[in-house]
Design a protein around this ligand. Structure first.
Ligand code: FMN
Length: 184
């Protein structure tokens, strides 16, 4: 079965975007489309970046685990709240740790905000960073506006049929890029 990693980057007290990570993980399990795994950056608690993992003399077990999980994943979904028009520092801190792990990795985006614009500006910087690293950036992000009312704490959407339809479209696109990558 395909392995899909879901990166949940918010380390903020009272964070909301983690709800979407829970939802997508449940959705992938329910639909049997892939085996999901959430990478919660709050759990990893990486120190502020000072060098890429390959140049560390003794990388921490958490860094090695993060690298292994990205390396072995068939595809990655990045949930990203919008902070002042960009993505959170915690996410950049983690992305920059890795190099070759991102190469030709299909990556789909889920921008999140508590307003009506669904973190749309996040895509610009996030997609560019992943493109620089040689990832296969998948079009058709799942944009999540109004996060506070769109999902409850456990990741259940207020309108599940509508959210499932939109999630299906994003995941379908990711799966088609994973298939294309396998044929390369
Ligand atoms: C530092 C900071 C900056 C923010 N900037 C924006 C922004 O530029 N655009 C926007 O739509 N929402 C912005 N927000 C609101 C976030 O979209 C909202 O708080 C969301 O829940 C953040 O995700 P999180 O709760 O998982 O951390 C900002 C929030 C924070 C904490």
């Amino acid at each position: 079965m395909l392995q899909i990693v879901i990166i949940s980057p918010s380390v903020r007290k009272g964070r909301k975007s983690h709800r979407v990570a829970k939802y997508l993980s449940n959705f992938l399990e329910e639909t049997n489309l892939a085996k999901p795994e959430i990478i919660d950056l709050l759990h990893y608690n990486f120190p502020l970046f000072h060098e890429r993992l390959v140049y560390h003399d003794s990388p921490s077990p958490e860094m090695k685990e993060f690298s292994e999980k990205i390396k072995s994943a068939d595809g990655v979904i990045i949930i990203s709240p919008e902070y002042n028009g960009g993505y959170p520092a915690s996410l950049k801190n983690a992305i920059d740790l890795l190099t070759g792990e991102w190469l030709r990795k299909p990556v789909a985006f889920v921008p999140v905000s508590d307003g009506i614009f669904a973190g749309s500006q996040v895509i610009i910087s996030l997609q560019f960073t992943l493109w620089k690293l040689g990832a296969i950036t998948v079009p058709g992000p799942l944009r999540i506006p109004n996060i506070i009312t769109a999902f409850d704490e456990s990741g259940i959407p207020s309108d599940k049929p509508a959210m499932d339809k939109r999630a299906s479209a994003m995941i379908g696109e990711l799966l088609s890029y994973i298939e294309a990558k396998k044929r390369m």
